[in-house]
Design a protein around this ligand. Structure first.
Ligand SMILES: [Zn+2]
Ligand SMILES: [Zn+2]
Length: 152
């Protein structure tokens, strides 16, 4: 049977499919990459929307109203991150370089205001904590520190 032309829901290129595999009412894609890219886009839009709406302003800080971790960091499911401030940094500022941490200039873990977020190396993060007197985590040993004190 003749193939039918479909327009890819992601790249808009025309491609051809056997009619039996073209589902009506759902978008069709020319390949897996396009399908995944489209799904990533949907997820990003959803995360972006949540990050722009699910906070309350407290002074300059945007306090995340969604779920939060035991240490008070906001959490959100993005597929890549579970912390709201990291997701906020990536969406509103730019990619977080590998191995870098996102730190708060306001020292409020639940804040997602991109203006208060900056990337730091683990060392800078440690320095930042020591200057802010959060080095008490070291007292519990390195593993505890990496888990709760130095991770974010
Ligand atoms: Zn495509
Ligand atoms: Zn803040």
């Amino acid at each position: 049977m003749a193939k039918v032309a479909i327009i890819c829901g992601h790249c808009r290129n025309v491609t051809h499919r056997h009619p039996s595999v073209v589902r009506r009412y759902t978008l069709a894609f020319c390949n897996r990459d396009c399908r995944f890219a489209h799904m990533r886009g949907l997820r990003e839009a959803r995360v972006r929307h949540r990050l722009q709406t699910e906070y309350v302003k407290d002074g300059d800080c945007w306090i995340w109203q969604g779920a939060s971790s035991p240490k008070g960091y906001g959490s959100i499911k993005t597929g890549r991150f579970t912390s709201a401030h990291r997701a906020a940094y990536e969406l509103f500022v730019g990619p977080i370089p590998l191995g870098k941490y996102v730190i708060h200039s306001c020292d409020r873990p639940a804040c997602i205001n991109p203006a208060h977020l900056s990337v730091a190396t683990a060392q800078e993060n440690t320095d930042d904590m020591i200057t802010k007197d959060r080095h008490r985590f070291w007292g519990h040993g390195r593993d505890y520190y990496m888990k709760y004190g130095g991770k974010y």
